[in-house]
Design a protein around this ligand. Structure first.
Ligand SMILES: Cc1cc2nc3c(=O)[nH]c(=O)nc-3n(C[C@H](O)[C@H](O)[C@H](O)COP(=O)(O)OP(=O)(O)OC[C@H]3O[C@@H](n4cnc5c(N)ncnc54)[C@H](O)[C@@H]3O)c2cc1C
Ligand code: SF4
Length: 489
C-alpha cells in the first residue's frame, strides 16, 4: 500500500473524454487515459486490502492491489509485468471491460471504488509506448500441433498461451480478419482495430499461424456463409492436429418472429455493426445498412444495443429509440445488499450520452410497413408479476399500446447459443442451453482431443471471461499433450 491515507485524500477520477457533440462526428476512440500524476493518485487510493475482493471478482484474477501500488510508485515496467501475469490483453479489457472488480472493491461500500480499469488502461498503453510488450517465443518447441477454431478473445488467448508453451498453433477464422466480436461487433469508437493487429504481430513472432477466411465445417455451410473461403472439415482438423480447441463464440442471435418481421429495414444488430466495422476498415460494402435520416428503434438494452445507438448517431439518424423489456433498474444499488457482487442498476453508456430515448418494460407487438418496407413499430407497456409458482411473468398493461415511426429496427436481444452446425460437425455434446458441453477444469468435450472455450462453452459473456477460458483451456490442452503444464490457469 503506497499511501496509507490515499483513499482519504484523493477522489476517484473519471478518464477524460471528448464531448458527445464532437465525437459523434468520427469513429475514433474518444477516451483519454490518465496521465502519470493522475494515475499515481488513483493508485494511491487503493487500501491493499487483506482480502482483495477486486481480485476475486475479476474473472482473470488480476493481481490488482500489487499493480495499484506499483503505479503509485511509478514503477510502470513492473506494473505491466504483474498485469500480464494474469491477462494476455489488458488493452482490450482496460477499454471495454465492465469492471466487476470495481463493483467488488472495498472502497465501493461507502465511497467510490478505486479506478481500477483506468489504471489498467494507463499501464498497458504506457507499456506499448515504451516497447515493454515484446514477443515471448518459447525456448523449446514440442513438435505438437494445435488447431484453434475462432479468433475472438478466447481463441487468441488460448493460441498465445499454447504457442508460448512451444506448440505449433494455427488459429482458424471464417471471417477475413482476426478478432471475433472485438473486430466486427464492438465499434471502433470503443475499441480501435489496430490494437488487435498489434497483438497479432506479437503473436506471429511467438509462432502463431493465423488462417483467416477459413471456414471449419462442411463445403455446403462454407458456401452458405458467403465470400471466398477455404474450407476444412472437422475430421480433417482432427486428423492433422494433436488437439483442437473450438472457440467459435455464441453466434445465434435471438430473433423476434412477429408480424412484419420480414419487412425491409428489420435487421439483427450484428448485420448493422459488422458492416460498419468493415467500412471503417476500408472495405466497400454494397448497399450498406445506414441509419442516416432514419427513425431507428433498437430492441434490447444491453451492450450490443448501446453500440447500435452510438453507430446510428454517427450515421446521422433522425431519431434513436431503445426499448428494453425488463423494468427500469434503480438509479443506484443498495450496496449493503449487493456488494461485492455485480449490482443491477441504471447504466448510461457513452453511446447513451450521445443521444437516445430509452424506455423500459416495453414489448414489441408487430412491425407495420408499406411496399415491403418498415414504417412503424407497434408495442405496449408490460408489468412483471409473480405467478402461482413464484416465477416472474410478463403481463400487458391495458390501454398502453403505442405506434411509433420506424425506418430501421435493430434486434439486440442477445445471443441464444453457438451455431449448432459447428458442434454437430465435431460431434460435440451440448448442455441444456445448446453450448458445447465441457467443464471448466479440463475443458474437454466428449470428443477425443477436442476442447471448447469462451462463449461457445459458457454462452454469451464478456471479453474478460473469454480470456480466462482461453488461458485455462490452454493449460488443459498443454497437460493433455505433455502430461504436465507450467502454464498458469
Ligand atoms: C456488439 C457487441 C458488443 C460487445 N461489447 C462488449 C464489451 O464492451 N465488453 C465486453 O467485455 N464484452 C462485450 N461483448 C461480448 C464479447 O465480445 C464476447 O463475449 C467475446 O468476444 C466472446 O469471445 P469468444 O472468443 O468466445 O467468441 P467471439 O468473439 O464470438 O469469436 C468467435 C469467432 O469464431 C469464429 N467462428 C465461428 N464459427 C466458425 C467456423 N465454423 N469456422 C471458423 N471460424 C468460426 C467467428 O467468426 C468469430 O470470429 C460484446 C458483444 C457484442 C456482440
Ligand atoms: S478491493 Fe479496492 S481498495 Fe481493496 S485492494 Fe482491491 S482495489 Fe485496492
Amino acid at each position: 500500500m503506497g499511501k496509507v491515507t490515499g483513499f482519504l485524500e484523493f477522489e476517484r477520477l473519471k478518464e477524460a473524454s471528448e464531448a458527445p457533440g464532437s465525437r459523434v462526428k468520427h469513429w475514433k476512440e474518444f477516451v483519454v487515459r490518465l496521465d502519470d500524476t493522475a494515475a499515481k493518485q488513483q493508485g494511491a487510493r487503493c487500501m491493499d486490502c487483506g482480502i482483495p475482493f477486486c481480485s476475486s471478482a475479476c474473472p482473470v484474477n488480476n493481481i490488482i492491489p500489487d499493480w495499484n501500488d506499483l503505479v503509485f510508485r511509478q514503477n510502470w515496467k513492473q506494473a505491466i509485468d504483474v498485469l500480464h501475469m494474469t491477462n494476455n490483453f489488458p488493452e482490450f479489457t482496460g477499454r471495454v471491460c465492465p469492471a466487476p472488480c470495481e463493483a467488488a472493491c472495498t472502497l465501493n461500500i461507502n465511497n467510490d471504488a478505486v479506478g481500477i480499469k483506468s489504471i489498467e488502461h494507463a499501464i498497458i498503453d504506457k507499456a506499448w509506448e515504451n516497447g515493454w510488450v515484446v514477443p515471448q517465443p518459447p525456448k523449446l518447441k514440442t513438435g505438437k500441433k494445435v488447431a484453434v477454431v475462432g479468433s475472438g478473445p478466447a481463441g487468441l488467448a488460448c493460441a498465445q498461451q499454447l504457442a508460448r508453451a512451444g506448440h505449433d498453433v494455427t488459429l482458424f477464422e471464417k471471417n477475413d480478419r482476426i478478432g471475433g466480436l472485438m473486430r466486427y461487433g464492438i465499434p471502433d469508437f470503443k475499441l480501435e482495430k489496430w490494437l488487435i493487429d498489434r497483438r497479432m504481430a506479437q503473436m506471429e513472432q511467438e509462432g502463431v499461424t493465423f488462417a483467416p477466411s477459413t471456414f471449419i465445417g462442411s463445403q455446403e455451410d462454407a458456401a452458405a456463409y458467403g465470400g471466398k473461403l477455404t474450407c476444412k472439415t472437422p475430421d480433417e482438423l482432427k486428423a492433422e492436429f494433436d488437439a483442437v480447441v473450438i472457440s467459435g463464440g455464441a453466434e445465434t442471435p435471438r430473433d423476434l418472429p412477429i408480424e412484419g418481421r420480414d419487412l425491409n429495414g428489420v435487421h439483427f444488430a450484428m448485420d448493422f455493426l459488422r458492416q460498419q466495422n468493415k467500412a471503417n476498415a476500408g472495405d466497400k460494402i454494397k448497399g450498406q445498412l445506414s441509419a442516416a435520416g432514419k427513425h431507428v428503434v433498437v430492441i434490447g438494452g444491453g451492450d450490443t444495443g448501446s453500440d447500435c445507438v452510438g453507430t446510428s448517431n454517427r450515421h446521422g439518424a433522425k431519431s434513436v429509440v431503445q426499448f428494453e423489456v425488463m423494468p427500469q433498474p434503480p438509479e443506484s444499488e443498495n450496496k449493503a445488499l449487493t456488494w461485492p457482487y455485480w449490482p443491477t442498476r441504471m447504466r448510461t453508456s457513452s453511446s447513451h450520452e450521445e443521444g437516445a430515448e430509452r424506455d423500459w418494460s416495453i414489448t414489441t407487438r408487430k412491425f407495420v410497413g408499406k411496399d415491403g418496407k418498415i414504417t412503424s413499430l407497434v408495442g405496449n407497456k408490460v408489468e412483471w408479476v409473480k405467478d402461482d409458482t413464484g416465477q416472474m411473468k410478463m403481463v400487458d398493461v391495458p390501454g398502453s399500446e403505442f405506434e411509433i415511426p420506424a425506418d430501421l429496427v435493430l434486434f439486440a436481444m442477445g445471443f441464444v447459443s453457438p451455431v449448432q452446425k459447428m458442434l454437430d460437425g465435431f460431434g460435440v455434446d451440448r448442455d441444456q442451453r445448446g453450448n458445447a458441453r465441457a467443464n471448466a477444469e479440463d475443458y474437454r468435450t466428449n470428443v477425443d482431443k477436442v476442447f471448447a472455450a469462451g462463449d461457445m462453452r459458457r454462452g454469451q459473456s464478456l471479453i474478460v471471461w473469454a480470456i480466462r477460458e482461453g488461458r485455462q483451456c490452454a493449460a488443459a490442452v498443454d497437460t493433455f499433450l505433455m502430461g504436465a503444464t507450467e502454464l498458469p490457469r
